[in-house]
Design a protein. Structure first.
Length: 238
């Protein structure tokens, strides 16, 4: 988690340096390119990524009849919405904004050895701030690029609501703040009469741990947070 935080600082410093250089360059242009406002909404899969390697817990793995489903098949489809602004930088752009994502999940436990049996339903709401550098592709078809590849960092504020169903379930802790790398792809090929563009987006994310319990400890490699989201994007041309 410490390394990921350091990476985020390096990325932000790089963006600020490049942004200052861009301001100097765009100041020489007679008609500098205007920022672009984008609204999007769609569905997502993911959220809490839990440990599935029970060999990390020798006490659990020694007993064959013991099984713990803490991730596989437990994630349901959620929803997300966002408002972003893309600021021209050199021949590409820097993008940031505000995202909201809701992810329902069910963790199932059947561990007789450690006396944990039952299900935990987790409803995760996240407010997210991405900072990405967008590479514009096929600019001959569209000034901002018909295809845009986004690479950067994402900061998350996590709010979890858990409902336990069973005799006894492991205690847990929630990390309200998490962060990690994000990769995205978007295209707005449909040009509307009002001057706006319509298209689609897809985003991937892998970041630091949100949820900790008996089966998901900080010392394990697997626990973290991740998601895939996709949907429709509406781009205003200011």
């Amino acid at each position: 988690m410490k390394n990921q935080f350091n990476y985020s600082l390096y990325l932000l410093m790089l963006v600020l340096i490049m942004g200052c250089t861009s301001i100097k360059q765009t100041g020489r242009k007679e008609t500098p390119e205007a920022p672009v406002l984008k609204l999007s909404a769609g569905i997502n899969k993911g959220g809490i990524t839990d440990n599935t390697d029970m060999s990390e817990l020798s006490a659990v793995s020694e007993k064959k009849e013991t099984s713990v489903d803490a991730y596989s098949g437990a994630t349901k489809t959620g929803v997300n919405a966002s408002a972003h602004v893309a600021i021209p930088l050199f021949n590409n752009a820097v993008e940031t904004g505000l995202d909201f994502m809701y992810s329902p999940q069910t963790l199932s436990y059947q561990d007789e050895l450690n006396l944990f049996t039952g299900k935990r339903e987790i409803y995760t709401s996240q407010i997210m701030v991405p900072v990405t550098y967008n590479f514009r592709v096929l600019k001959s078809y569209q000034p901002q690029g018909l295809l845009r590849i986004k690479l950067g960092f994402l900061f998350q504020y996590n709010m979890l609501n858990a409902k336990d169903r069973g005799n006894q379930l492991p205690g847990f802790q929630v990390n309200n703040f998490s962060n990690g790398l994000t990769l995205g792809l978007e295209s707005t090929p449909i040009h509307l009469n009002n001057g706006a563009d319509l298209g689609f987006y897809m985003d991937l994310y892998r970041g630091s741990q949100i949820y900790e319990d008996f089966y998901n400890r900080k010392s394990f490699e697997m626990p973290g947070s991740s998601f895939f989201k996709a949907g429709i994007i509406y781009k205003f041309n200011l």
